[in-house]
Design a protein around this ligand. Structure first.
Ligand SMILES: N[C@@H](CCC(=O)N[C@@H](CS)C(=O)NCC(=O)O)C(=O)O
Length: 198
């Protein structure tokens, strides 16, 4: 099995961690941004991550993440809990795609777009996701235990809080959705997760 993506975590981060936790052997093919133009044409949708498995080339990060979760015991068996897991994965993709739309912008255009997100859509989505996580001391998205939805959510909150997104303050999640900041801290502190990210 081979996972192909850029060097940074991005949409592949939770997949790498899930496969690592499950001790599923895979080739972690990471390429430099400069090499992307040569690779893009080989990808089914001209995008990554892509997972090659048994002669099949899979795209769409959430489909790959669910597959990794099923292989690794990190996807709920219960149908309703699985739907809750999917609900979070799809919600993150919806707001993430709006953030990604600002990545290629520069200067004032990027500032205006990111300020616009921070004034409305981002707090709205964070609040909805906080409700999905719940208010337990040790919150999980689904099934009362670790799933790929927790990995993707913690990865998303980490990205928002990293300071690498200009015009998105590092304390934005803490101020707008403290439950999500607590969730990310909890997930990152789990030994099986920390062992993958160390
Ligand atoms: N819906 C797709 C989106 C994939 C996507 O846009 N990937 C980005 C990296 S996170 C990409 O390949 N960007 C380069 C490009 O589109 O040329 C998924 O979830 O996998």
């Amino acid at each position: 099995m081979k996972l192909t993506y850029f060097e940074f975590p991005g949409r592949a981060g939770p997949i790498r961690i899930a496969l690592g936790i499950g001790k599923i052997a895979f080739e972690d093919e990471r390429f430099a941004y400069a090499d992307w133009p040569n690779l893009k044409g080989e990808m089914p949708l001209g995008a990554v991550p892509v997972l090659d498995v048994q002669g099949t080339r899979l795209c769409q990060s959430n489909a790959i993440l669910r597959y990794a979760g099923r292989l690794s015991g990190l996807y709920p068996d219960d149908l309703l809990e699985a739907a809750k897991c999917d609900q979070m994965l799809d919600t993150i993709e919806e707001i993430l795609s709006r953030i990604v739309d600002t990545m290629m912008m520069e200067g004032e255009e990027q500032k205006a777009a990111r300020d616009g997100l921070c004034e409305g859509p981002l707090p709205f989505f964070l609040d909805a996701m906080q409700t999905m996580v719940g208010t337990d001391d040790k919150p999980y998205v689904a099934g009362g235990k670790l799933s790929v939805a927790d990995l993707k959510l913690a990865n998303f909150v980490g990205m928002l809080s990293s300071g690498q997104l200009d015009y998105v303050p590092t304390d934005f999640v803490e101020r707008n959705a403290p439950g999500l900041a607590a969730h990310a801290a909890h997930i990152g502190s789990l030994p099986q997760v920390a062992a993958q990210t160390a």
